[in-house]
Ligand binder design. Structure first.
Ligand code: GLA
Length: 755
């Protein structure tokens, strides 16, 4: 055997860690020693100078190998290999790396090497040379919360260029997060034209891609196609409202189409609140290359000497049991490591947008506070239309940028409203859109240089507004001051709905001047800068990420926002499809779902039941509801509060897909498998359809479960034959329950409790 290695035993390094602590070594020293030990344990060092690096979670493994040419190659990615010795024999050798057969799967291929496909990195050096070659220099492994971080340093031998690759393996979630840091020491101008977060390779017979197209009111529509020779790109060039036409999520079925409970599937997303790009390229050898990162189109980035360009994290999982398992991994990961206040509770709310639009005054609002109380939700959310004096915001043509309350409309200001709400036991939340400006605003008049806008062409408008130039630190200060000012005056405001209705239009930053290629990227860094200041100063504040519906929806944004608005379209049937899509990547507590009158054909019960599986809210005129419907809503909120632990569980089983039949069924199971909620929707069943029992999943085979339909309309009895009966987990998973019917737009919420 050419080299020896050890696969780390999870508790072994921890033992060393505690040993070091007991002999009182300084914390930083101790961390260094611990990393070194972990590195020695995890990184297999070859006797011949060859190295194998294994990034491992409980069930996943990514194996990289340094070859004789001192470059780094991927030799394996997939289900964790059980025999450590197999890493030695993974096929990749210098013999395969001939100029005619480009077989080596280089981990971070650079423009300039013998690989002629899309590179991970392309950098034009100060002397104009557009090529680089990266050689392996060193690697280390350190413990991080929830897993380990492997850091690999690569460098060019000709130019002072260093690329550091980071891999964080989240052990129990089976998720890997990967990014790159690029740095050079050249004095002249150095440009980056490609700067991927990751490049991963798959080599099987067939590949199938599931992507999620979007538009306003039509978010997260899943579509699948086979990937054949050539390139397929899923990307965004919209800047701020980045995900309006494509969501930054994908699934690749390995050998077979993507399926819910079986087969190998690779699922990924880019944690970046801006332009993204996923390239799926099947090469001449039938190898699939997946390149993920910021979209470099229109973003040739000027990188200053010594500055580190940090790519966003590409976050992914691989499941051997379909996307069901993959999305449980990702939901658990988001709750534990990504989402702001991921493990905390969420507030239910009543929003006034669809109820009043811009047409409200103090009297109307204070009456709505009473509705909040009557309904039983936690918070009132005041939407668009409360600000602007010289140019009051009476519709969407004016006022954005002037975040002072409209005195003629709300003469006693926000403090009065917050106080009134609080005095009724109601929390207060507020809509803002602080990155935007209407040309009809005092802000636009005062600071024209703060606006992204072409200096020498006619301006065009998206929803009558323009985007502020967040690359400019003064604008960052201003946007921060919008939130800070409101909160200084109203410290009791609990929540912001942070909207972003326009993409970046008229793409020219007065701040970046000659470096316009930096605009899209520096904008996002400016945005994060503002958000982290807000988070530091107001750690208790909760915020909804909204963008004309679900135009902004990504894992990095979730570090600052407690939830996101899925879509302005609240038609419950449409929502079932969207929620089906989002649930493949997002936990329920992050997905805002409001009950509205967008569609009045379906019953209020059906609308409530659809929102019930997510982060529940209302945006409806209570006076328009019948007594029974109102009483149903009140009951639903009580039940929602009781059932939150299971509704917010990451263990979701999607039992019946609206894409494949006439029903939609979802099941949530808590950690202990003792509390289960099944959400059943009959959408448009066919006449005489053969309705069959639905088999549940994820239960304790040997336990007995009591079944009860909850949330019934006043005076109604459950007509489910399984209601109030007890079944074994085995029965429920092998035979199942009769849950669906042929009644159009009906729904059932069914609770199972382990006895
Ligand atoms: C966007 C949001 C809506 C609402 C309006 C207000 O479209 O998605 O929910 O807040 O803005 O203008």
């Amino acid at each position: 055997m050419g080299y020896s290695f050890a696969i780390v035993q999870p508790l072994y390094p921890l033992g060393i860690f505690y040993l070091c602590r007991t002999i009182l070594i300084k914390k930083t020293e101790m961390k260094k020693i611990f990393c070194l030990l972990l590195t020695l344990l995890v990184l297999p060092v070859t006797m011949k100078g060859k190295e194998i690096i294994s990034v491992t979670t409980n069930h996943l493994q990514l194996v990289l190998q340094v070859n004789d040419n001192h470059r780094l190659y991927q030799t394996y990615f997939g289900e964790r290999l059980s025999a450590a010795t197999d890493l030695n024999v993974l096929p990749l050798s210098a013999a395969q790396l001939t100029s005619t057969a480009i077989k080596g799967h280089e981990v971070y291929p650079v423009m300039g090497t013998e690989d002629y496909y899309e590179p991970a990195l392309e950098i034009t050096h100060a002397d104009g040379n557009p090529t680089s070659v990266l050689y392996y220099k060193s690697s280390s492994v350190c413990p991080v919360e929830g897993g380990t971080e492997t850091t690999i340093t690569l460098a060019d031998n000709v130019y002072p260029l260093t690329v550091t690759l980071h891999y964080v393996a989240y052990t129990k979630e089976d998720v890997i997060s990967q990014w790159a840091e690029i740095k050079h020491g050249e004095s002249g101008k150095v440009w980056l034209s490609h700067y991927a977060s990751s490049m991963l390779y798959f080599e099987v017979q067939k590949y199938y891609l599931r992507e999620f197209s979007s538009d306003w009111a039509k978010e997260m529509q899943q579509e699948e196609s086979q990937l054949n020779f050539g390139r397929k790109i899923v990307s965004s060039r919209l800047g701020t409202r980045a995900d309006m036409f494509a969501q930054p999520f994908f699934e690749v079925g390995i050998n077979n189409p993507v399926s819910e409970n079986s087969g190998d599937v690779f699922m990924g997303t880019l944690a970046w609140t801006g332009n993204f790009k996923f390239t799926f390229e099947v090469d001449h050898d039938g190898v699939l290359r997946v390149v993920s990162g910021i979209n470099p189109d229109a973003s040739r980035y000027l990188l200053a000497k010594g500055k580190i360009f940090v790519t966003p994290q590409f976050i992914y999982t691989f499941s051997h049991h379909g996307i069901g398992e993959g999305s449980r991994n990702l939901q658990r990961f988001v709750i534990n490591h990504q989402l702001y206040k991921g493990k905390e509770d969420r507030l239910t709310l009543l929003n006034n947008w669809e109820n009043t639009y811009f047409d409200f005054d103090e009297k109307k609002l204070t009456e709505l506070f009473s509705d909040v109380k009557d309904l039983g939700v936690d918070m009132f959310l005041l939407d668009d239309g409360w600000f602007g004096n010289k140019y009051p915001r009476k519709d969407d043509h004016a006022g954005l940028g002037d975040w002072q309350v409209t005195r003629s409309k709300l003469p006693h200001g926000l403090p009065f409203l917050v106080k009134e709400a609080n005095s009724k036991g109601v929390e207060f939340g507020l809509w803002i859109e602080p990155e935007m400006v209407n040309p009809k605003s005092e802000l636009a008049e005062k600071h024209p240089k703060w606006i992204i806008k072409l200096p020498n062409r006619e301006t065009y408008y998206f929803r009558n507004q323009l985007v502020l130039d967040l690359t400019n630190p003064k604008v960052q200060d201003y946007v921060f001051s919008v939130v800070d000012g409101i909160l200084k005056e109203n410290p009791k405001i609990k929540y912001f709905k942070w909207d972003c209705n326009s993409p970046i239009t008229n793409v020219y930053s007065p701040w970046e001047k000659a470096n316009q290629g930096n605009l899209y990227i520096d904008y996002v860094y400016g945005f994060y800068q503002v958000l982290s200041r807000i988070q530091q100063k107001y750690p208790n504040l909760c915020m909804m990420m909204c963008s004309g519906g679900g135009g902004r929806c990504d894992y990095e944004g979730l570090k600052y926002f407690t939830e996101f608005w899925c879509s302005d379209n609240t038609n419950p049937v449409e929502r079932l499809y969207m929620q089906w899509g989002y649930s493949q990547f997002m936990p329920s507590k992050a997905m805002c779902a409001h009950v509205t009158n967008w569609d009045s054909k379906s019953s209020v019960k059906f609308r409530v039941d659809v929102a019930f599986g997510c982060k529940l809210g209302f945006d409806i005129n209570l006076k328009s509801l019948s007594a029974d419907d109102l009483s149903y809503c009140r009951q639903a909120i009580k039940e929602y509060n009781r059932l939150k632990p299971v509704i917010y569980s990451p263990d979701l089983y999607r039992l019946e897909s609206p894409y494949e039949g006439n029903h939609c069924i979802l099941e949530r199971v808590d950690d202990a498998r003792s509390h289960v909620l099944v959400l059943v929707y009959d959408i448009h069943p066919r006449y005489g359809e053969n309705v069959l029992p639905t088999r549940l999943q994820g239960l304790d085979v040997n336990a007995q479960y009591r079944v009860k339909e909850v949330l019934l309309m006043p005076g109604r009895q459950s007509w489910l034959s399984c209601n109030d009966k007890t079944y074994s987990g085995d029965y429920l998973m092998k035979i199942g329950l009769q849950l669906v019917s042929t009644n159009e737009l009906t729904s059932h919420i069914v609770e199972l409790i382990k006895l």
